[in-house]
Design a protein around this ligand. Structure first.
Ligand code: MG
Ligand code: MG
Length: 265
């Protein structure tokens, strides 16, 4: 079943350029954090720099102050920083990163009324070959999806290819969290899964020009099941303790393909 696209807010060319401005800032923040990542740096220090860059640009951080029913406090930071077995929604902390760690940094901003959302997983120093492969496959899965995105394609066709790429590499696709439409709000319709469930959830949709979607594969080195870490009601970790990677871009559908809005252009 295909969800009627009436639920999905399409963007004009002008609105897409405003989203690109938000996306460019997100890219600049992630680039700045990438240059800082080295053994000994804390994720709190990364967050401090991200907060400053976002504020100096006259934008607002989308994650700061978000509430969820399980959490003991509203999200206290501008970025999510998820280390090793943490998949998403990690709270920046004063624990120094160590060589061999990986850290997934997710950054979202609203700038001049429109949102950009992007994530990258970074290696801290030298990481194990299998960990590097996890990151490479996750990144390649995002690139595959972007290359396939064009009008008239059903999302489920792309999602099935993403899932196949991950599983053929011997990794797991997280299903509890998915990508999303994005625009004036961080989370808009539709839901954008990284797997195909056979159409049972009725969430398939057809890509049309003007759609703006956050595509964000979350991939685990072991089993794909996740749980809340006990600590804070925010951080989502793998149940088996295996490492996880997360790459995300905000992407617009154009007349003949796709246009990445968070790659810094
Ligand atoms: Mg994100
Ligand atoms: Mg997102």
């Amino acid at each position: 079943m295909i969800v009627p696209n009436a639920m999905i807010v399409l963007k004009s060319a002008r609105e897409i350029e405003l989203m690109r401005a938000a996306g460019r800032l997100v890219c600049q923040v992630l680039d700045a954090l990438e240059r800082m990542i080295t053994p000994g740096v804390t994720t709190a220090a990364l967050d401090a720099v991200a907060s400053r860059l976002i504020q100096e640009a006259g934008a607002t951080a989308l994650f700061l102050g978000v509430k969820n029913a399980q959490a003991r406090f509203p999200f206290p930071a501008s970025i999510c920083a998820s280390v090793n077995d943490a998949v998403v929604h990690g709270v920046p902390s004063d624990r120094p990163l160590a060589a061999g760690d990986i850290v997934s940094v997710d950054c979202g901003v609203r700038y001049k009324g429109f949102c950009g959302d992007s994530a990258r997983t970074f290696a801290v120093g030298k990481v194990a070959p299998q960990t590097q492969r996890l990151m490479d496959v996750t990144r390649a899965t995002l690139d595959l999806a972007i290359a396939r995105m064009r009008p008239k394609v059903r999302w489920s066709v792309i999602a099935a290819e993403m899932q196949r790429m991950v599983e053929e590499a011997g990794f797991g696709v997280v299903t509890e969290f998915v990508g999303h439409g994005i625009g004036r709000d961080m989370h808009e319709e539709p839901k954008v899964p990284n797997y195909f469930d056979g159409g049972r959830d009725g969430s398939d949709f057809e890509l049309v020009p003007g759609m703006t979607l956050a595509i964000e594969p979350m991939v685990t080195a072991g089993r794909p099941t996740v749980k809340f870490a006990d600590r804070d009601g925010w951080t989502i970790v793998t149940k088996d303790g295996s490492a996880a990677a997360h790459f995300e871009h905000t992407v617009a559908i154009t007349r003949d393909g796709s246009d990445v809005l968070t790659d810094g252009r």
